[in-house]
Design a protein around this ligand. Sequence first.
Ligand SMILES: [Zn+2]
Length: 299
Amino acid sequence: MNHPQITALSDHVYFVEAPTSGRFPFCHGFVFKGSETILIDAGLGEDLMREVDELFHIDTLLISHSHPDHIRSWHILSDRKLLIPKETTDAVMDLEALGAQYTGSKETGRHWAKVIGKPFGISPLRQADMRYGDGDIIDIKTARIQAIHAPGHHNDHYCFLDHVSGTLITTDIDFSSFGPWYGNPEGGAKAFMNSIRKVMALPYTRACSSHRPPVEGDASTLFTAFLQAFDRQKMEILACLGTGKTLKDIITLSPFYNNKFIDIKIQNVFEGHMAAENLAILLEEGLVYEDEGVFVPRQ
Ligand SMILES: [Zn+2]
């Protein structure tokens, strides 16, 4: 395969490197060639999606979860078989409803559609041809791709293990320096930790995330570092409390985004949810107490 952004990982599995090294609003793609040819995720951008289709003749588009960078250019393959998780809600078919799901209210949902959904060219999905669930195996003879539900990042977040090549797609267990992301209202730090522990124990021979280059062999160092990043995030929240802060104070301080997200209103939602998740853990661990909405570190 002579294309600068396409690498064969095995006889029938290909890594497609997205523009900007797979940073948002892009994500890497994975092609599995067999009795049907499958592309995992639609975050390559329109041009590269078309090139991949010309080279491989994609039969099936498999969406890992309903985040914008994973569905974005799906319309390029709108006449192929579309497979989505059984947990994906119908909000995925309407940009404002999707925005509301990401941000927790209709009003911020409309705002999200205006400042992120439309400008980034995110296409809402149509009704899927098939749904898959946890443990389902997509058998295309040369690959047997098992779907692994990995909630916490998002309710409908899935990873995939091909039992033939040993390729593990870790999706948004993405080993990024930001660390785990669970900023939507349905995101959960603890659920995400459990998902990571489950996925890292699978019998894989290479680990491929949606936003980093594939890793051959054992990736436990990366998984462990990614898990430890939850602690780092928690300690950042604890450190920013000083002698006591409200959730609103923390959102203004912006310990996660450092006020660098593209839109302040959406940033506040994501920052607020991730901060609240960490405050709940700090309260549970007894490192913090709450006094009328003020979170105070215990001495
Ligand atoms: Zn995601």
